[in-house]
Design a protein around this ligand. Structure first.
Ligand SMILES: [Zn+2]
Length: 295
């Protein structure tokens, strides 16, 4: 709050992130322009005179919220170990409606996946799981008779370093547990030459260009020899129940992205606020309609 005392300070910060080498016009090749005094956080191109708001074409496109609210929400989401629910954010940031807080958080989740992020490498624990979801009006718990509880398939991967500690993770919703689906997940999240470590599910056999280490150790529970992916799955499920009272089906991938974002930056919480803003100004807008209908 001290570092960004007003929206002008936030806008200057965003401008430095968006145009690190100085203003660039988004529609013509010009690299010259000036900041307008009359319009908040808007630059005008010296060549074509097009006016560009620092937020236009970013995840904050056409926002009606104060930039300070975006910054506060980004900080809370990036640094709280459990993130924040829309209801908590609405209260803490003084946002007028629940839906506005909810939409803001979803746009931040969109900013949690760097478009050019690298695939995992080295030894990677891979497993699949199912996660309960809730319907719009019914919680996960309860559900006598006509149960609202459904299950969604997910796949997860964790890098394991030489000293046995965990590195980065990837999480994805998947349509089923079939072999082509599992192969597709492994190929998306790992570099060729990686060593895939699984609990012996033959669905992971034969992924091209990956080594496969299937550990089938009698009746020993899988969490003993694949500790990290099981830790990830159990933390993820606990977070879903604790913070959101269960995930909603349509938005599950967004929650998986949020969980992975914080896990992957758990040692650099302070820097993750800057990462979130940095990705947010690089990716395009996400209109409410696209979020709700999926496109
Ligand atoms: Zn221009």
């Amino acid at each position: 709050m001290r570092r960004f005392p007003d929206d002008a300070a936030c806008a200057d910060h965003l401008a430095r992130k968006r145009w690190p080498k100085g203003f660039r016009c988004p529609v013509c090749p010009s690299e010259k322009g000036w900041k307008l005094d009359a319009k908040p956080w808007t630059w005008e191109c010296a060549a074509c005179h097009r006016q560009t708001s620092v937020t236009s074409g970013t995840i904050m496109h056409r926002t009606h919220l104060p930039l300070r609210t975006w910054f506060l929400a980004s900080h809370l989401v990036a640094t709280h170990s459990n993130g924040i629910s829309a209801l908590q954010l609405q209260t803490q940031a003084g946002i007028g409606s629940y839906k506005t807080a909810w939409f803001l958080l979803h746009r931040l989740r969109k900013s949690m996946v760097a478009p050019d992020r690298d695939a995992l490498a080295g030894v990677i624990e891979v497993d699949e799981s199912s996660i309960p979801f809730r319907t719009q009006h019914e919680p996960v718990a309860g559900g006598q008779g006509r149960s609202p509880i459904g299950k969604l398939a997910i796949a997860g991967a964790v890098e394991v370093y030489d000293d046995g500690s965990p590195g980065r993770i990837r999480l994805s919703t998947i349509p089923d547990f079939k072999r082509p689906t599992l192969h597709g997940f492994v190929q998306r999240v790992s570099l060729p030459g990686s060593m895939i470590s699984t609990d012996g599910n033959s669905g992971y056999d034969g992924v091209p260009d990956r080594l496969h280490h299937a550990q089938v150790i009698g009746k020993m529970p899988a969490h003993v020899f694949m500790p990290w992916i099981h830790r990830v799955f159990s933390n993820l499920k606990r977070w879903g129940l604790g913070t959101f009272h269960g995930f909603r089906k349509h938005y599950l991938q967004a929650y998986l992205d949020e969980f992975a974002f914080r896990w992957n930056r758990r040692k650099w919480r302070g820097a993750s606020f800057e990462t979130l803003l940095g990705i947010g100004v690089r990716i395009g807008p996400m209109p409410l309609k696209v979020l709700v209908t999926g496109g």
